[in-house]
Write a protein that binds this ligand. Sequence first.
Ligand SMILES: *Cc1c(COP(=O)(O)O)cnc(C)c1O
Length: 351
Amino acid sequence: MSKFMNEKYCRLEAYTPGEQPQDKKYIKLNTNESPYPPSQGVLDAVNTDAVSLLNLYPDPECKDLRRTIAERYTVEEKNVFVGNGSDDILNFAFMAFCGEDSPAAFPDISYGFYKVYAELHAIPFTEIPLNGKLEVCVRDYIGINKNIFIANPNAPTGLTLSLDDISRICESNKNNIVVIDEAYVDFGAESSVNLTKKFDNLITVMTYSKSRSMAGARLGFAIANEEIIKDLEKIKYSTNPYSINRLTNLAGIAALKDNSYYVENCKKIIEAREYTKVELQKLGFELTDSKSNFIFTKNSNIDGEMLYKKLKEKGILVRHFSKDRIKDYVRITVGTKEQMDALLAAIKTVI
Ligand SMILES: *Cc1c(COP(=O)(O)O)cnc(C)c1O
């Protein structure tokens, strides 16, 4: 750290992204990317003509993209916000709606960025413990008068909340926002999008990074009440109005037009997930009933960190978290059936 660093950031603990090794070819099952490439429409959209216009700034309003998203989710354009990855949107939500007098709350085991954003902006926060089965316990969120951030399905457990539960949380915290982070919703949870028409405090956040094979393009979106969207726009226009570049803009539109391709890929991933769960159980693994594109699992014969290391030696990357409550586990992204077979074969030699 230089002597110039602002004192308020000196003790900030930044988010640690999963490894993105550039040196050797791994079977990459550590950051929940899709094993499938973007659709043909996306490849066609990002063409030489599009690249040759990169001398010009992109549309800061992202009108075409927002209209396409609005049509897909049967909301209006004014209910759609787009950001440079959903991480950007989550950050904006912390900035726009939380503060010293408006604390945040999220599960103790969840997406690690919630805590980082709260600390970045000096927002008081409560980490609400998952129950013994690693589930979000809805009654712990009823009427707590805090801004609530919940991933549904949750990460890294893959467990889901019902729309009834989400409604109860929104209904009982009317003076605060409720952010439902649906990064993994396409793999088996019910989307809260339609509830945004009923609750003016609900923000549904989604991403192109997981089910839409576009982690490298950085694109996320939020659906909410018009006033909420305006607030997010205000933060965007106060930081970086051009946060969605031209190529990502075009790719985002094209991906939604090829919806059936992505639905098909999700189906394959869900099949591979259920297959891998059964095979892991045969090998003595315990796991949560993940409805996501990852499996969260442990085996009493080998600790999580050791399993992670041994698999890495064999060219397979999975994710291990050192947090005490989940340090026995590893999180394994669901890839293709072939990748899962390679994983299972490697695990058999390790345990
Ligand atoms: C991957 C992930 C995100 C971040 O997605 P980007 O759109 O790539 O920024 C947000 N929330 C959760 C729970 C995630 O797992």
